[in-house]
Design a binder for this molecule. Structure first.
Ligand code: DGL
Length: 267
């Protein structure tokens, strides 16, 4: 057993969004320890410039590397599409970004027309379209920017008229096309998946790419001989840069909290 294997996996996002990824990672790797940083003082990042997004991502990655961690998972689509290369160049541990989830979406679509809901920065990168066309060059992809949604979710609007109104607005172009599958291209969005399903009355299937991301993590842990050999359940240490209230509430509802800590952090 090496010391490296016993280190935690670092996970980060601009707030609570990455908890939707951490949930799946904890289910898939129950013996791993996790350290999570949600930089909610700077949320939302999806409407910022690429330079700002990159600087924020690098600062969080530095904090995780100093923990130390054995692997970093960028549990945020925006940080992944804008800053993955910069973070990889900066730290000495393997770095994984979120999967685009388009393979699952293409497999599930009968109309061969899929939608993507994501932040402005992620939509502007057209990453989902590029990856989708590599998988199937005949696929039609509608990229729907959702500039207000992550910020609303971060403020705790999970099912009220504010979030209903913006979701209805963003769903309208998707519902007016032959789109039967939509990728949740922002890690905050799984928290409003029940609302999106209600508003689309079962006409659209929503894909959360977190499972695809966990498979990337599995391959990286295996490839680098990094699985934690401990037999007990792993711990989860959560840090937020602004307030911990929403992170506390959400994580308590779906993470194993027997070995969970949650604290404020200054980066
Ligand atoms: N959760 C992030 C994502 O997946 C972004 C939210 C934000 O705009 O800060 O893109």
């Amino acid at each position: 057993m090496s010391n490296r294997q016993q280190l935690p996996i670092g996970v980060f996002d601009s707030g609570v969004g990455g908890l939707s990824v951490l949930k799946v990672l904890q289910e898939q790797f129950p013996n791993e320890d996790f350290v999570y940083i949600g930089d909610n003082a700077n949320n939302p990042v999806g409407n910022r410039s690429d330079d700002e997004i990159t600087a924020l991502a690098c600062r969080i990655a530095d904090a995780l590397e100093n923990q130390p961690v054995k692997l970093i998972v960028i549990a945020c689509n925006t940080f992944t599409v804008v800053a993955l290369d910069a973070v990889r160049a900066r730290v000495s541990v393997p770095v994984i970004g979120v999967s685009q989830g388009v393979k699952s979406a293409i497999d599930a679509s009968k109309s061969n027309t899929i939608g993507i809901m994501a932040t402005v920065a992620t939509v502007n990168s057209h990453i989902h379209k590029h990856v989708a066309l590599e998988v199937d060059h005949e696929i039609l992809v509608w990229e729907q920017p959702c500039p207000e949604l992550a910020g609303l979710i971060e403020q705790g609007h999970l099912d009220d008229h504010f979030v209903r109104d913006v979701c209805s607005e963003y769903l309208e172009p998707l519902l007016s096309r032959e789109i039967d599958v939509v990728v949740l291209g922002c890690t905050h969005f799984p928290f409003v998946q029940p609302l999106l399903e209600e508003l689309t009355e079962g006409r659209i299937r929503f894909i959360d790419p977190a499972f695809e991301t966990s498979e990337l993590v599995r391959r990286t842990l295996a490839g680098n001989d990094l699985f934690n050999p401990q037999k007990t359940s792993g711990s989860v240490d959560l840090y937020f840069t602004k307030d911990i209230v929403l992170g506390d509430m959400l994580s308590a509802s779906f993470l194993d909290t027997s070995r969970r800590t949650i604290e404020y952090i200054t980066l």
